[in-house]
Write a protein that binds this ligand. Structure first.
Ligand code: C2E
Ligand code: MG
Ligand code: MG
Length: 636
């Protein structure tokens, strides 16, 4: 200090000290605020629950700023009102506030700036009446920005008049920014979570969420004894619609269906999309089985209403399986399985049906399960036998081919028909192994007979859709035939119409490949499905096997004879061979001959039998005139 100057007054000295103390206080406050922001930033990163985070934030802000009231107001979706979502220091009425510029919070929201009011009594920018009514005198608000639109407002008020420093304002703004970032992160997480649990096309809950809701319902059932039901719905023939009208139309239909399903159920029920055309409804607290059945009927009726879309009018039906939770051991997986079994049974009974899972369905499911296990074992233990049934040329009476028909030699149940296990093999994928076994056995047998009788006797083998779905199948078949030494062009495959319908694109490529490899293709059971002329024209077929049901009625019913005649003529035009299945009587044989049918197969000529017996049959027919005599006799 300059010694010429007067020494400072005591008063001045004390004010200097006070200023220094204030400065130190400010520095300390600044440091506290700084720490608080840093800490809240960390909490925001760590805290998964937004509500908890907001509570922590308001408590910290109130403490750091030393204010009596601190809160977060959230802007509603409609953007007209603000709701109190977190608050400290106030226990009165937390009514929503208007979000316009008439309130301090609305003002901050609309101007995107912090709004500081030192004395609410003299405030002119907004209406402070309600704040004053709560006893507040000063306050600051800072907007919490969000994605595309503001999230809400962070508020701090005091009951004593106070002039907030620039540091105070900066602090509030910094905390509001921390909240903005946290809100945005939660929004993104919410979107990800939603996407993980919902079907992108229809917006309905997906399998994971449906099972989760079902698990929650089952837990409530265990605690409170409420009823829980589940409906599984599968559209009938949706694949055909999708393939023929295009996937865009299919998508539109699914969308329209989804909203109909949602409208058919109560808000507390969950409608979910499991996969392509499979939906479930989780129904909590239904008023008994009757309620669930009437829900199924309501859904069936809703599905059955025509769908009027830009692409035209479309009609759908659905098969519905219903299951009610029964025991404490029921799980979402077991209910899903049972609903599926009931749905499967509904489908078997025809389109547009529903079925309630009960003891009968349960028994069927168990039987199927047992069959599946045993069938696996049968494949491993070589218990499958291949029987053969000859196909005879009507003109010459000579066998021209045999069809391989699989049998299961069951240790207890005896010989089991393929009708009882091939469908199960198809569902479980065992058909691939089973099919290969039959194919190999049949090809080896065909080669033996071809050499023994020195004739290009053909061998027909039935194949399932799943086999044809494999693009490597043609090469595999070609290999087997060649390895066995079969004469070229003597192996034929029998496919049913459903195979052609099911996988139009894929099966077309596989069938063409098979044709290129010199395999003969025959359409089996013709007349039982769509009997569509377009299949006969489009697919590379060599012949058709007319279903037994037509042969059956030949003697008794005129239309069937006319249909058989039409089929024979149509196939003649298309250059396809016609084989009549299931010929059991002389009169049928005579009639078939007069209708121009060229080949026959049936009990009248020979039952399916093991290779040895069929070998004798072939020996007799190919090495003598006996066969010709039988056919000639029948024809004459
Ligand atoms: P399919 O291919 O239409 O075979 C003809 C069925 O009619 C055979 O039944 C045969 O025994 C029976 N049948 C033959 N002649 C007569 C007759 O005069 N009267 C009557 N009432 N029936 C006759 P099967 O052997 O029980 O085979 C049933 C079906 O199982 C077959 O129908 C075929 O679709 C399927 N199948 C058989 N073996 C295989 C196989 O190895 N793989 C595949 N995927 N399916 C097979
Ligand atoms: Mg067949
Ligand atoms: Mg058939």
């Amino acid at each position: 200090m300059d010694p010429n100057e007067n020494p400072p007054h005591a008063a001045e000295h004390s004010s200097c000290l006070a200023a220094q103390a204030r400065l130190e206080q400010q520095i300390a406050q600044h440091a506290r605020q700084h720490d608080s922001v840093a800490r809240l930033g960390q909490v925001a990163l760590r805290e998964g629950d937004l509500d908890t985070l907001l509570d922590e934030v308001v408590a910290a802000v109130a403490g750091t700023l030393d204010v009596e009231l601190c809160g977060v107001l959230k802007l509603r979706e409609e953007e007209q009102m603000l709701d109190v979502v977190s608050i400290v220091g106030f226990v009165g009425d937390q009514a929503p506030l208007p979000a316009g510029t008439g309130t301090q919070a609305g003002y901050a929201l609309r101007t995107h700036e912090p709004v500081v009011a030192e004395d609410l009594h003299t405030e002119t920018r907004f209406d402070a009446t309600s704040l004053l009514a709560q006893g507040m005198v000063s306050g600051m608000n800072a907007p919490i920005e969000g994605h595309e639109r503001p999230y809400g407002v962070l508020t701090a008020h005091t009951v004593h008049r106070r002039s907030f420093s620039a540091d105070d304002v900066n602090f509030l703004v910094a905390v509001a920014n921390v909240l903005s970032a946290a809100v945005e992160r939660h929004r993104k997480e919410e979107i990800t979570r939603h996407a993980a649990l919902h079907d992108p096309l229809t917006g309905l809950p997906n399998r994971a969420l449906a099972l989760d809701r079902l698990d929650l319902a089952l837990a409530r059932r265990r605690r409170e004894g409420i009823d829980v039901a589940m409906l599984m719905l599968d559209l009938d023939r949706f694949k055909i619609i999708n393939d023929s009208l295009g996937h865009a139309v299919g998508d539109d239909l699914l969308l329209a269906l989804a909203s109909r399903l949602r409208e058919s159920v109560r808000p507390s029920d969950t409608v979910a999309r499991l996969s392509g055309d499979e939906f479930v409804v989780v129904c909590e607290r239904p008023a008994g089985v009757r309620h669930v059945v009437s829900l199924a009927e309501r859904i069936a009726a809703a599905v059955g209403q025509p769908f009027k879309l830009a692409s035209g009018e479309h009609f759908l039906t659905a098969s519905i399986g219903i299951v009610m939770a029964e025991g404490p051991e029921d799980t979402s997986a077991s209910l899903l399985r049972d609903a599926d079994a009931a749905m499967y049974r509904a489908k078997q009974r025809g389109p547009g049906r529903y079925e309630l899972f009960d003891a009968t369905v349960r028994a069927q499911v168990l039987a199927r399960l047992r069959t599946e296990t045993e069938l696996r074992e049968a494949l491993d233990c070589d218990r499958l036998r291949v029987y053969y049934q000859p196909i005879v040329d009507l003109q010459s009476g000579r066998p021209v081919a045999t069809e391989a028909l699989v049998r299961w030699e069951h240790p207890r149940r005896g010989l089991i028909s393929p009708l009882d296990f091939v469908p199960i093999a198809e569902e479980t994928g065992l058909i691939i192994e089973l099919g290969r076994h039959v194919l190999e056995t049949a090809c080896e047998q065909a080669t033996v007979w071809q050499r023994r009788f020195d004739t290009p006797l053909q061998m027909f083998v039935n194949v399932s859709g799943c086999q044809l779905a494999n693009p490597l199948f043609p090469a595999e078949v070609g290999d087997i035939a060649a390895r066995c030494g079969m004469l070229p062009g003597t192996l034929g495959l029998e496919v049913t119409e459903s195979v052609l319908i099911d996988e139009t694109d894929g099966s077309m490529a596989v069938l063409s490949d098979l044709e290129r490899r010199g395999l003969r293709l025959v359409l089996d059971d013709f007349g039982t499905g769509y009997s569509s002329l377009s299949y006969l024209r489009h697919f590379p077929l060599d012949g058709v096997k007319v279903d037994r049901s037509f042969t059956d009625h030949l003697g008794s019913s005129r239309p069937d004879a006319a249909i058989m005649k039409a089929i024979v003529e149509m196939c003649g035009v298309l250059g396809l061979a016609v084989i009549a299945e299931g010929v059991e009587s002389d009169s049928q044989l005579r009639q078939l001959r007069s209708l121009g049918c060229t080949q026959v197969q049936g009990y009248l000529l020979c039952h399916p039998q093991p290779a040895e017996e069929i070998g004798e049959f072939l020996e007799a027919r190919l090495r003598s005139d006996v066969g010709e005599a039988v056919v000639a006799h029948a024809a004459g």
